[in-house]
Design a protein around this ligand. Structure first.
Ligand code: ATP
Length: 513
């Protein structure tokens, strides 16, 4: 299914709506609908449990979105949280210079992929992709071009060379996707933080920022949390919350939003031990993604070539989104940069006394930071499929199905009386629903033919459907239908809650970590 179809499916089935749609929408801001909010909550719940409940030495907090303005001075965001922007003079459209250049490389990458797929078809089972990529002349040249451009881009970004970025756009003959013109303004830095004003203080002093990352709420609370929970280093603090960035975006749906949600964990370690923990969290987080059934081939590590000012090691876990491999999660070794900066600017000590080393120090930090919305996008991207299935009358038909992991599925079980106008059936079905709803997010549906009701549940990813038919009235059993295998089995009414709960139980998944 292509990206456009995925976006319209999300709208049609109540997962995601454009914000303020009645006013023609607000770009890069989205609302989660009834099924979207359930899926998102399940993702957050799985992340939270795997971090906080599964690690004795990780605790959670929920810090405010607003923080003292000095926070963002100390963190470096006031001075350095910028994107390089460029305007096309003809279309008046604004772009991120680095994204225009990356887009140029994505196009070459797409050509390489096309050639690889062609060759795969031609050579069949004997096809060796790695060998083909390293020996096919055209592909080697194209890959070299990508590598050259990406190296240049990395250097220019590191040196904050705005004139160089503009020159690269001109040299690569990049045109505006809207107007096709190559008439660009100069590239200039643009701070990504949204600001607002306190009511009681005028001017710069009263300027407040909407947090661009949740991490700083954890850093400034480091000692509060450590002292109140008596944690010993190494320990971590986890948080899920909104973050805001004034992103300049083009058609990337919930991949890049102005208001989004982060799931972050800062892990405090003794200086010198950060690389050990960096490795640990790199592996642990990859395992978490794989546990949900995300194929290994869709995930990869990408080491940062140019490190941010606060990091001594950093990598992204990238996912193959419909528009290519892009960052899903960041793992960063942030040194003692943040705690030391807050200590300096606030004049308050943010140190830990290590009883084993018998010394005071500012801990080092390894963080894992994942966007909840990007995680959501990975799950629906790989889940949503069209497939051919046998009809009731033995023919083939096409169904749209969201094969979400049952633990993440918004609705776990639908309860369906075979017929709407037979009161014995609807009454028995409502009884089953009332029993199930206590422990599971269920839906009762009696409208339309049973086949259409199954399709509706398939489209929102409901893993199980329970059908109440005339046999139910005789022997107190129901039909349990499995979304993926389409297998049906008879289950006793008294067992149905335990059977379905057993299949969608998050505890089992946590046990695999
Ligand atoms: P990118 O390079 O894609 O802009 P980033 O490196 O700025 O991302 P981080 O600052 O490392 O991102 O933020 C941590 C995580 O937060 C990212 O891995 C991503 O999942 C998520 N995230 C960042 N910006 C956005 C956004 N605008 N919309 C949705 N999620 C985001």
């Amino acid at each position: 299914m292509d990206f456009k179809q995925l976006i319209s499916h999300c709208k049609e089935y109540g997962f995601i709506f454009q914000s303020s749609e009645v006013y023609d929408g607000l770009a890069a801001v989205y609302d989660y609908g009834p099924y979207g909010v359930e899926l998102k909550n399940n993702i957050k719940n799985y992340w939270w449990k795997s971090m906080v409940q599964m690690h004795q030495n990780i605790v959670g907090i929920d810090a405010a979105i607003f923080m003292h303005p000095k926070t963002w001075k100390a963190s470096g965001h006031v001075d350095a949280f910028n994107d390089p922007l460029v305007d096309n003079k003809d279309s008046k459209k604004r772009y991120r210079a680095d994204q225009l250049i990356e887009g140029y490389c994505d196009k070459i990458e797409a050509k390489i992929k096309k050639d690889v797929e062609k060759a795969r078809k031609k050579f069949g089972d004997a096809f060796d992709e790695a060998q083909f990529r390293s020996t096919n002349g055209r592909i080697v040249d194209r890959q070299k071009k990508i590598d050259d451009v990406m190296t240049q881009l990395g250097n220019l970004m590191r040196d904050e060379d705005m004139a160089g970025l503009k020159q690269l756009i001109i040299d690569l003959e990049i045109a505006c996707p809207e107007s096709g013109s190559r008439d660009w303004t100069d590239v200039r830095q643009f701070n990504l933080m949204f600001s607002t004003q306190l009511g009681n203080i005028a001017g710069e002093e009263g300027k407040l920022y909407l947090r661009p990352e949740t991490a700083q709420g954890i850093f400034v609370n480091f000692l509060n949390v450590q002292k109140t929970t008596r944690q010993k280093i190494p320990f971590g603090i986890a948080q899920i919350g909104k973050a805001f960035r004034n992103e300049i975006v083009a058609r990337q749906f919930i991949f890049r939003m102005k208001e989004f949600e982060q799931m972050e964990m800062q892990f405090f370690v003794p200086p010198g031990e950060e690389m050990k923990w960096y490795q640990y969290w790199k592996e642990t987080r990859m395992k978490w993604h794989l546990s949900l059934g995300t194929p290994q081939s869709k995930l990869r590590f990408h080491d940062h070539d140019n490190l941010a000012h606060y990091a001594n090691a950093a990598l992204d876990i990238e996912y193959e989104f419909p528009f290519g491999f892009k960052e899903l999660e960041g793992i960063h070794s942030r040194t003692d940069f943040d705690l030391s900066s807050h200590q300096e600017l606030s004049g308050k000590k943010l140190q830990y006394f290590d009883p084993e080393r018998n010394e005071n120090y500012v801990p080092y930090v390894v963080e894992t930071s994942i966007g909840c919305d990007r995680m959501f996008l990975t799950q629906i991207t790989q889940a949503l499929q069209e497939e051919k299935v046998p009809d009731a009358d033995g023919k083939e038909s096409t169904r749209t199905v969201m094969k979400l992991h049952p633990v993440l599925a918004p609705v776990k079980c639908a309860v369906l009386p075979l017929l709407k106008n037979k009161e014995e059936l609807t009454k028995a079905a409502k009884d089953v629903y009332d029993k199930l709803k206590i422990s599971l997010n269920c839906q009762y549906d009696e409208k339309d033919a049973i086949g259409r009701r199954y399709r509706r549940q398939d489209a929102i990813g409901t893993p199980y459907c329970v059908t109440i038919d005339f046999d139910t009235l005789e022997d107190n059993t129901v039909t349990l239908r499995d979304r993926d295998s389409l297998q049906q089995e008879r289950v006793k009414i008294e067992d149905i809650a335990a059977v379905v709960n057993g299949k969608v139980d998050m505890a089992k998944l946590l046990g695999t970590l």
